[in-house]
Write a protein that binds this ligand. Structure first.
Ligand SMILES: [Zn+2]
Ligand SMILES: [Zn+2]
Length: 347
């Protein structure tokens, strides 16, 4: 089969022939139709220092957000058939640890990651254990199916934030932030504020339901938000950026008793400026969110993706053939993209 390979410990990827390996009893072979590019794929492409500790040594096939069809079943696979349309959970749990036994397998102590520690979906075919397959609704396109994984992380963030009737600020308007803005609106937030330094993305944020957008390079976000909220601050903050400065800043405009949800993976060592006064005296709740609960987050997220009014064209700004991956990553680097999709085949 043809595949995109991280072949060397340096920036860039390679395209070429790669063997399809034999299936183990509980694995399936998937034919990949669509694969979305995630933030970690961008780090893998550029061979960013942050990624090197938690991925397999090259060569390997990256990519983990896909819409695919089952092409072959391992001898022990039950409950799935050839031709089933599926998406794939990135977190492969061990099934044995404390978290796996207590309903938290998505944060398994020994989890390995699809497209990071074993071969992913930037290829014509991919082999995955049945444990991480999610059979999609007949009415869901394979393009939308590739969004279940990233949108699921945003869904869990918005769900944990408990936004109904409250004011919400979303830090970072990349794909995860944009999903969070849309979902916060759909899940009943009274006011949604988007914060980013990229004007293209702030425009998308507005179109997806943000009432107000701020660029911290152009205005004092804390002052503006306090002015908007009568000095109280926002009740909920969802961080989809993982950057120190906006996160430090956010403590000053989070309302007393408010909730801060961390979805974005930190881009550097997280150092929050003097948060103790805010943490203790404001009785703030901070909650991290890593991926999706298996599989209740998936079922709920799918219901939002099945909604015909979902503006897919805002969430997926570009689509490229798998062979044009260099163009896709160059487009992402331009800063004028939301989600970028790679495609092998049309349904
Ligand atoms: Zn992802
Ligand atoms: Zn486990």
């Amino acid at each position: 089969m043809k595949a995109i390979l991280k072949d060397k410990q340096e920036p860039g990827l390679a395209y070429g022939e790669h063997p399809v390996r034999d299936l183990k009893p509980h694995e399936v072979l998937l034919q990949v139709y669509t694969a979305a590019i995630c933030g970690t794929d961008i780090l893998i492409y550029h061979w960013h220092p942050l990624i090197r500790d938690f991925i397999k040594d090259p060569p390997f096939i990256p990519g983990h957000e896909c819409g695919a069809v089952i092409a072959e079943l391992g001898s022990e696979v039950r409950g799935f058939s050839v031709g089933d349309r599926v998406a794939v959970e990135t977190h492969l749990p061990c099934g044995k640890c404390y978290q796996c036994h207590t309903g938290e397998q998505h944060i398994c102590r020994d989890m390995v990651l699809f497209g990071h520690n074993f071969n992913g979906c930037f290829a014509e075919f991919t082999v995955v254990p049945q444990q991480i397959l999610f059979k999609i609704d007949d009415a869901l396109s394979l393009e939308r199916a590739a969004l279940l994984e990233p949108m699921g992380a945003s869904f869990q963030g918005v769900e944990k934030a408990q936004v109904a009737g409250d004011s919400v600020a979303v830090i970072g308007a990349g794909p995860i932030g944009l999903f969070a803005i849309y979902l916060a609106r759909k899940m009943g937030a009274a006011r949604v504020i988007a914060i980013d330094i990229n004007s293209f993305r702030l425009d998308l944020a507005r179109e997806l339901g943000a009432d107000t957008v701020f660029d911290p390079q152009q205005s004092n976000v804390a002052e503006e938000i306090l002015a908007l909220t009568d000095g109280d601050g926002v009740g909920r903050i969802i961080d989809a950026a993982g950057a120190n400065e906006p996160l430090s800043d956010s403590f000053s405009y989070l309302r007393k008793g408010g909730r801060l949800i961390l979805v974005g993976n930190p881009k550097q060592d997280l150092v929050i400026k003097n948060p103790m006064v805010s943490l203790v005296q404001k009785e703030i709740t901070i909650k991290g969110v890593h991926g999706r609960r298996m599989f209740d987050t998936w079922e709920k997220t799918q219901n939002f993706l099945l909604d015909k009014t979902l503006p897919l064209e805002l969430f997926v700004s570009h689509e490229f053939a798998m062979t044009d991956y260099d163009k896709a990553f160059a487009e992402i680097d331009s800063g004028r993209t939301s989600k970028v999709m790679l495609r092998n085949k049309h349904e």
